[in-house]
Structure formats: structure tokens, C-alpha cells
Design a protein. Structure first.
Length: 331
């Protein structure tokens, strides 16, 4: 039999059915060739999803773990912040020279020292020289003329002196959330007779004005009170006010005028009440930098001093107030 023409072979090959893309995919996915189009599409999508998860599995796991880790870290930071010491406190005597002042010294001034006090013809020079000699500064108590009558009656009937110690209380906190100080108690008062022998004064020319807080030792009802020459003078400070530290507030503080009993030197401590953003409210005893209970000194000159001097401005001279009927001055 003669062989078929070469062209016939090529035609026969072209007449064989060609495989479609769908058939190829179905075969690859292990589906029957006659499976429906919908089944093929669904199977393809499922396989693509499985492939996606396989490729990005580690990324998804890392994402979930990071969120969990961040949540745990935030919880740990919150617990750490809540357990921090709420604040630290430093108490420093007033360093600046008051407008009117008295200085007390535990010994008598020598004649040479009294001459040096007036030699500079300057109150600030006299103030600095007395501090060099070891004298302690006091201020005249504020007049509190705008305070409520009930408070002024308390002051008038108390055994308080006419002078006060002034100190600055600075409060600092490293907490990331706010701490609010909204109460104050005086604690552990101990007093003894003043041992000062000399007092040197520049008397006020009018009513003494003071800004800050005022309290007596022991405290009168409602103290500490606001001493500012403004609305609310003589009212309990913490009834309408508070101090906030932490949470972005670097520091807060008070200037305090503490008035001791006449003729006595007292030491005392402070408890303050605070509330933080973790709904914790408690009283805490203030401590010094060494971790011991803070002790603050408040002094009143003795009722009878060995020497009592007063500066007179015009002309500048230092006079002995204890000389009755005779003026004895150094100028």
C-alpha cells in the first residue's frame, strides 16, 4: 500500500482536540476533566488562599505576637508606674531677704559686731552679716486682714508669737501619670524653750503681707490656710485647691509661713494625702533625702532676750530696745 502523502499527516495532527487552560488547571489541581467551571474556580481560590497563608504565615504570626507583646508591655509599664514612689519632697529655708525681718542668735553680740552691723549703712549687708554670725531669720506674721472673722479670732486667742519661719516645699514626681496632693496634716510636734539670747529687727512700716500658706504649730482649725492678699485669704487651702505633679508636670510646691508658740522652738513633721490616676488615695509621711521622717523647725524668740536690737532707718542706726527711758544706739 502506498504511504499517505506528507500533507495528510500534518492535517491529521491538526484535527486532534487542543487542551484548554481550564483543563490544565483542573488536572494540576487533581480535578476530573469534566468538573464544573464553578468547582474549578472555587478550588483555585482555596489553593491560592492556602498558598498565601503559607507564604505570609510568619508575618501574620509576628503581627499577632507583636500586638500581644505590646499589650503585655503596656500592662507591665502601668504596674511599674503605679508602684513608683508617688513623689519626693525637699524643704528649704527661705533664702531671700524679707522686706521686714528679725534675726535670732544663741549668744550676745559683741560691741565690735554691733558696730559692723551699722558700718555698711545697708539693711542687706546687715542681714548677710548676721547670717554669717549664725543668726536665723524670721519674718513678721502676715496681717491677714481679709481673712474670715472666725479665723482672725482663732489667731488672736492662740498662744502664737509674732514671728514665723518661712520655708519652700518643692514636690517632684517621675510618674508618667498624674499625682494630686489634696490634704495636709502636721504630725509629731516636739517643742522646747527657745535658747536664743539676741534678737535684731527691722520692723514693718505697715501691715506685713505674705504670699503662700500659713499655719500655726500646733495648727488652728482649717490650717494650712491661704495667706495671699486675694480672695480666699484665711480659708483652708485644700478645700478648693490642690497640687498636681507627674504626668508631664515637672514639679509643684508651696511657700509656707509657720508660726510657733511664743518663746518656744518646735520641730514637727508632715503627712500629705494624695490621689493618683490608678484610683489610689492614701496618706503618706514625708521623708528627707536620707529616708528618715522629715523634721521642720519653727522658732519664736524667747519672751525675754538678753539683747534686743532694732534698726532705725533715718538716720541708719542700731538701737537697744531694752533701755527704758534712755536711747542707746550705735551708728
Amino acid at each position: 500500500m502506498p504511504a499517505p502523502p506528507s500533507g495528510q499527516s500534518a492535517a491529521d495532527e491538526g484535527d486532534e482536540p487542543r487542551e484548554s487552560f481550564g483543563s490544565i488547571v483542573a488536572e494540576t489541581l487533581g480535578l476530573a476533566p469534566d468538573s464544573s467551571r464553578r468547582r474549578r474556580v472555587v478550588t483555585l481560590l482555596v489553593m491560592m488562599a492556602i498558598a498565601f497563608v503559607a507564604v505570609f504565615r510568619d508575618t501574620l504570626i509576628d503581627y499577632v505576637m507583636i500586638k500581644t507583646s505590646v499589650a503585655r508591655e503596656n500592662e507591665s509599664n502601668t504596674e511599674y508606674d503605679a508602684n513608683k514612689v508617688p513623689f519626693t519632697v525637699s524643704v528649704l529655708p527661705e533664702e531671700d531677704e524679707p522686706l521686714e525681718w528679725a534675726m535670732v542668735l544663741d549668744r550676745k553680740l559683741t560691741p565690735d559686731e554691733t558696730r559692723k552691723l551699722v558700718a555698711g549703712n545697708d539693711r542687706s549687708a546687715a542681714f548677710s552679716y548676721l547670717k554669717e554670725l549664725g543668726a536665723r531669720p524670721l519674718v513678721y506674721t502676715a496681717t491677714m486682714e481679709y481673712a474670715p472673722e472666725r479665723y482672725r479670732q482663732q489667731v488672736a486667742s492662740s498662744n502664737s508669737g509674732g514671728f514665723a519661719d518661712v520655708f519652700q516645699m518643692n514636690i517632684m514626681s517621675t510618674r508618667s501619670s498624674a499625682v494630686v496632693i489634696n490634704g495636709w496634716k502636721v504630725t509629731d510636734i516636739t517643742c522646747r524653750k527657745s535658747i536664743a539670747q539676741t534678737i535684731v529687727e527691722i520692723p514693718p512700716q505697715g501691715g506685713a503681707v505674705y504670699e503662700g500658706l500659713q499655719l500655726h504649730i500646733p495648727p488652728l482649725a482649717g490650717e494650712p490656710v491661704l495667706a495671699d492678699d486675694t480672695e480666699g485669704q484665711g480659708e483652708p487651702y485644700f478645700s478648693t485647691r490642690y497640687v498636681e505633679v507627674g504626668g508631664g508636670q515637672s514639679s509643684g510646691g508651696f511657700r509656707v509661713q509657720a508660726i510657733g508658740p511664743s518663746g518656744q522652738s518646735c520641730e514637727w513633721g508632715i503627712k500629705v494625702r494624695y490621689t493618683d490616676s490608678y484610683q489610689t488615695t492614701r496618706w503618706v509621711q514625708l521623708k528627707d533625702s536620707k529616708g528618715k521622717a522629715l523634721r521642720i523647725r519653727t522658732e519664736s524668740p524667747p519672751l525675754g532676750t538678753t539683747q534686743s536690737w532694732v534698726f532705725v532707718v533715718d538716720p541708719w542706726r542700731l538701737c537697744d530696745r531694752q533701755m527704758s527711758g534712755e536711747e542707746k544706739c550705735v551708728q
